[in-house]
Design a protein around this ligand. Structure first.
Ligand SMILES: CC(C)=CC(=O)SCCNC(=O)CCNC(=O)[C@H](O)C(C)(C)COP(=O)(O)OP(=O)(O)OC[C@H]1O[C@@H](n2cnc3c(N)ncnc32)[C@H](O)[C@@H]1OP(=O)(O)O
Length: 257
């Protein structure tokens, strides 16, 4: 598969997608997002890949949706084409995705990072939803995922003022899982993804599904889903291997079965 706006590689059992429109600070145009969706689908089909990392450049993870591409659109254009629906391929991916964010993650950039399962940020990262300065509001989850991640007060602050939040504040607020020195960003994310990929794939995918349930359903429903999923995993050879290896004081060798 040939990609023009992203670089796609595998590192061991990790799929790595690097957003690569440096002159536009990785502004997310239709072509780039189509390529990201296609790369994720290819990684989904590849049994050798257990987790994915999406990253950008040192200066920008992504400075948002491509304003130049959107500027001339009318309401019927945006409503009928609904281009952001195509971005949902990130949120709908079944394998875990880590966003490794350095530099700007603004507007759609912050939203794509939030579609991933967790964010590891460089100490240089800056997050924001500055759409208000463009006369619009976030359109790819910024008012919803951000509010669930950091709460109403901070989400309102960011969406209404358009101010940026640095990595320390983002970690304190709960948007970011870890902050690391910029030089260690991609290696740290790949190491975390490698660790995830070394576990039992059914357990990993179900853990992702169960955590996501917490955002979509009541506590009682979520707990029921978690309990049934936990119980079902006792039907897998990997549960026997994982617990057997602990008892026998050896490293588990999961077969994803
Ligand atoms: C998802 C939805 C529905 C909406 C959105 O995401 S709306 C977009 C939200 N993002 C923004 O509003 C950020 C826009 N960018 C900036 O404010 C600045 O570029 C910056 C603060 C991130 C960086 O400023 P800096 O002075 O360091 O760099 P620039 O000269 O401004 O940018 C370099 C180069 O990149 C182009 N660029 C940057 N962001 C975008 C973008 N979102 N869309 C299209 N192009 C972008 C910028 O125009 C410049 O290129 P040119 O010199 O060729 O114009």
């Amino acid at each position: 598969m040939v990609f023009e706006n992203i670089i796609v590689e595998t590192r061991g059992r990790v799929g790595l997608i690097t957003l690569n429109r440096p002159k536009a600070l990785n502004a997310l145009n239709g072509a780039l997002m189509e390529e990201v969706g296609n790369a994720l689908e290819a990684f989904q089909a590849d049994k050798g890949v257990g987790a994915v990392v999406i990253t950008g450049s040192e200066k920008a993870f992504a400075a948002g949706a491509d304003i130049k591409e959107m500027a001339g659109l009318s309401y019927p254009d945006t409503y009928l084409d609904d281009f952001i629906t195509r971005w949902d391929r990130v949120a709908q991916a079944r394998k875990p995705i880590i966003a490794a964010v350095g530099g700007f993650a603004l507007g759609g950039g912050c939203e794509v990072a939030m579609m991933c399962d967790f964010i590891i940020a460089a100490d240089t990262a800056k997050f924001g939803q500055p759409e208000i300065k463009l006369g619009v509001i976030p359109g790819a989850g910024g008012t919803q995922r951000l509010t669930r991640a950091i709460g109403k007060a901070k989400a309102m602050d960011l969406c209404l003022t358009g101010r940026l939040m640095d990595a320390t504040e983002a970690e304190r607020a709960g948007l970011v899982a870890r902050v690391v020195p910029a030089a260690e960003l991609v290696d740290t994310a790949i190491k975390a993804a490698e660790e995830i990929a070394s576990f039992s794939a059914p357990a990993v995918l179900l853990a992702k599904e169960a955590v996501n349930r917490a955002f979509e359903t009541s506590l009682a429903e979520g707990l029921r889903f978690e309990r049934r999923t936990f119980q079902a995993l006792f039907g897998t050879p990997d549960q026997k291997e994982g617990m057997g290896a602990f008892v026998e004081k050896r490293k588990a060798e999961f077969k994803s079965r």
